[in-house]
Design a protein around this ligand. Structure first.
Ligand SMILES: Nc1ncnc2c1ncn2[C@@H]1O[C@H](COP(=O)(O)OP(=O)(O)OP(=O)(O)O)[C@@H](O)[C@H]1O
Ligand SMILES: [Mg+2]
Length: 239
C-alpha cells in the first residue's frame, strides 16, 4: 500500500515538475519581452528622428550610433536568454551565472517592489552540466522562498563558488528564519508554513532535481532575533 502511494506521489511530483518548468520558462519569456520593449521603442524613435533629419548627416550619424547601442542591448538580452527556451530536455554545459541572472530577472519586479537589497557575488566560469530549465526552477524556488521570508528592504544574497571538483551556489536571506523543529521536514512534500498560498512542494521538487544532477542541497537557518536568516547551499559536481 505504502509503495503504491509512493509511486503515485513520484508520478504526480514529476508531472508537477514539468508543469512548473513550463511555467518558469513562460515567466522568463514574459520578463524578457518586457525588457526587449524598451530598446525596441528606442530604436523606433531613433529611426524616426534619423528620417526627420535625413538632410543633416551629423545628426543622422548621432542617431545611428545610439541605435547601435540599443542593438547591442538587444543582442545581450538574446544571448543571456538563449538556451532556457531551447533544448530543455538535454543537459548542457552552462555557466551558473546565467542561471542565476535569469532567475533574478524572473523575480526582478518583486525585488524592486519590496526594495530588497540584492547582493550578487557571481564570478563567471562556474560551468556545470545541467538541465537548464530544471536548474532555473530550483534557483527560482529558492529565491521565492527567500523573498517570502524577507521583510521590506531585507537582504538577498546569491553567491557562487568553485572549489576543487564542485560548485557551491548559495541563496541566503536575512528573513525570519526557520524554527529548528521545522528544519527536518523542509524537504518533505507538502510541508509548508504558508497557510494562505504554499503547497509545500518547492523544496521537495528542488531536492529531487538537485539529486538527479548528482548534487546536494543543504540548509542553515537561524531564528535568533536580530541575527535571523536562512541559507540554502546547492553543491554540484563541476562539468
Ligand atoms: N528562505 C526561507 N526562510 C524561511 N522559511 C523558509 C525558507 N525557505 C523555506 N522555508 C520554509 O520551508 C517551507 C517549505 O518550503 P517549500 O518551498 O517547500 O514550500 P512553500 O514555499 O511553503 O510552498 P511552495 O513552494 O510549494 O509554493 C516553507 O513553507 C517555509 O516555512
Ligand atoms: Mg516555496
Amino acid at each position: 500500500m505504502l509503495q503504491v502511494s509512493e509511486t503515485r506521489l513520484a508520478i504526480a511530483t514529476e508531472a508537477l515538475r514539468k508543469a512548473e518548468e513550463r511555467a518558469v520558462a513562460g515567466r522568463l519569456a514574459l520578463e524578457v519581452m518586457h525588457e526587449v520593449k524598451n530598446p525596441l521603442e528606442a530604436l523606433g524613435h531613433l529611426n524616426y528622428l534619423a528620417l526627420q533629419e535625413a538632410d543633416d548627416p551629423v545628426q543622422v550619424r548621432k542617431y545611428l550610433l545610439l541605435a547601435e547601442e540599443q542593438m547591442e542591448n538587444l543582442g545581450h538580452i538574446a544571448k543571456q536568454t538563449l538556451g532556457f527556451s531551447q533544448q530543455m530536455e538535454k543537459p548542457r554545459s552552462v555557466d551558473l551565472v546565467t542561471v542565476a541572472e535569469a532567475a533574478i530577472r524572473i523575480h526582478q519586479r518583486t525585488i524592486e517592489e519590496k526594495r530588497i537589497h540584492l547582493v550578487k557575488d557571481l564570478p563567471e566560469g562556474a560551468i556545470a552540466k545541467v538541465f537548464t530549465g530544471e536548474m532555473l526552477q530550483v534557483v527560482s524556488n529558492l529565491i521565492v522562498n527567500a523573498l517570502d521570508a524577507l521583510p521590506a528592504e531585507g537582504i538577498l544574497r546569491l553567491r557562487i563558488r568553485k572549489r576543487n571538483d564542485q560548485i557551491d551556489f548559495v541563496i541566503a536571506d536575512n528573513g525570519h528564519g526557520i524554527a529548528s523543529e521545522h528544519q527536518g521536514a523542509l524537504f518533505q512534500p507538502f510541508f509548508t508554513t504558508k497557510t494562505d498560498k504554499g503547497t509545500g512542494l518547492g523544496l521537495a521538487l528542488s531536492k529531487r532535481i538537485i539529486e538527479r544532477h548528482d548534487g546536494r542541497i543543504r540548509v542553515r537557518s537561524s531564528v535568533r532575533p536580530g541575527k535571523s536568516g536562512t541559507a540554502f547551499k546547492i553543491s554540484l559536481p563541476l562539468r
